[in-house]
Design a protein around this ligand. Structure first.
Ligand code: NAD
Ligand code: UDP
Length: 309
């Protein structure tokens, strides 16, 4: 039985990861400062043997005996990570440093939840892992993008300097149950607006694209990246099915049977025009690819939001 630390474990992705790791018979320590995490997300896990919750902040060094670390602690929605951008940069940098130090001392494996945002507003499409990105270092998204980029640097240097088993995954837009209803991300916004018959807010003209991965698929990819022998990454994990934001809005209106109208709002600064992962590397090295199509995943997500809100 492995003892696994999941930082950011009370958040959207982290809570699903904790559950899956418990299902596989591991001990799981879920660490979170509850900035965007909720007790609701992990309520069902408390009763399970092998689960432990620690309320702590990754910007502080810590000592916990573990075999593996999944480092997810960091707000992920633009609204949330721009709320206190200095804290976001500190969380990304100091969080990665502190977790790497812990991994080095424990001889533990560690996996970093990096992001497609390290490609910025990409000039290569679809994005392959060797693309170095197009990030505005001084824009409002930089606290997150550059924080995640320097975390990748730290992971690579810990591997080179100390031989730490440090792995990097780059997560593309993920959605599903446990997203916060008010965190500002497009899937949760549109579903909340649609089920309450409010206007659907498209930023810009809706021609920008994203590629949405259902959370269960992503979690399977994360565990595969941690378990594969001699694997370092970085590896893209996402669903290559690309769609416009307008297409997503129409799909959600149709699937909820909503009377909502679409309204257009200004496009946020530095909002990437297009995004789609090339997942050839994940297919080849991890034997992984998403199993849930967007219609099916959106249906399950709508069911969750209807039940909860
Ligand atoms: P989330 O906001 O739901 O979860 C992040 C969790 O980290 C929250 O529970 C939050 O309270 C916690 N946290 C934040 N700062 C912390 C700190 N200083 N110390 C301890 N805990 C802290 O977001 P998510 O969508 O679950 O994202 C999880 C990870 O995956 C993040 O690192 C994010 O960058 C990455 N990621 C997510 C997506 C996506 O589409 N969801 C895409 C790319 C990368
Ligand atoms: N978006 C939108 N309406 C919303 C929320 C987001 O049109 O109510 C757009 C946003 O401008 C971006 C896309 O949807 O082009 C995805 O936004 P999200 O914040 O979910 O993720 P990210 O920009 O980080 O990919």
């Amino acid at each position: 039985m492995k003892k696994i630390l999941v930082t950011g474990g009370a958040g959207f992705i982290g809570s699903h990861l904790c559950r899956r790791l418990l299902d596989e018979g591991n001990k799981v320590i879920c660490l979170d400062n509850m900035f965007t995490g909720t007790y609701d997300n992990i309520r069902e896990l408390y009763a399970r043997p092998g689960f432990e919750f620690v309320n702590a902040d990754v910007i502080n060094p810590m000592h916990i005996e573990v075999d593996e670390i999944y480092n997810l602690a960091c707000p992920a929605s633009p609204v949330q990570y721009q709320y206190d951008p200095v804290m976001t940069t500190k969380t990304s940098f100091l969080g990665a440093l502190n977790m790497l130090e812990l991994a080095r001392k424990m001889g533990a494996k560690i996996l970093q939840a990096s992001t497609s945002e390290i490609y910025g507003d990409p000039l290569v499409h679809p994005q392959t892992e060797d693309y170095r990105g197009n990030v505005n270092t001084i824009g409002p998204r930089a606290c997150y993008d550059e924080g995640k980029r320097v975390a990748e640097t730290l992971f690579s240097d810990y591997r080179r300097m100390y031989g730490t088993d440090a792995r990097i995954i780059r997560i593309f837009n993920t959605y599903g149950p446990h997203m916060l209803e008010n965190d500002g991300r497009v899937v949760s916004n549109f579903i909340m607006q649609a089920i309450h018959n409010k206007n659907i807010t498209i930023y810009g003209d809706g021609t920008q694209t994203r590629s949405f991965c259902y959370v269960d698929d992503l979690v399977a990819g994360m565990i595969a990246a941690m378990n594969k022998a001699d694997f370092t990454g970085p590896v893209n994990l996402g669903n290559p099915r690309e769609m416009t934001i307008l297409e997503l809005a129409r799909m959600i209106i149709r699937k909820t049977g909503s009377g909502s109208q679409i309204v257009y709002r200004p496009l946020p600064v530095d909002d990437p025009v297009k995004r789609k992962p090339d997942i050839s590397f994940a297919r080849k090295e991890l034997g992984w690819e998403p199993q849930t199509d967007i219609e099916q995943g959106i249906r399950k997500t709508i069911e969750y939001f209807r039940m909860k809100y």
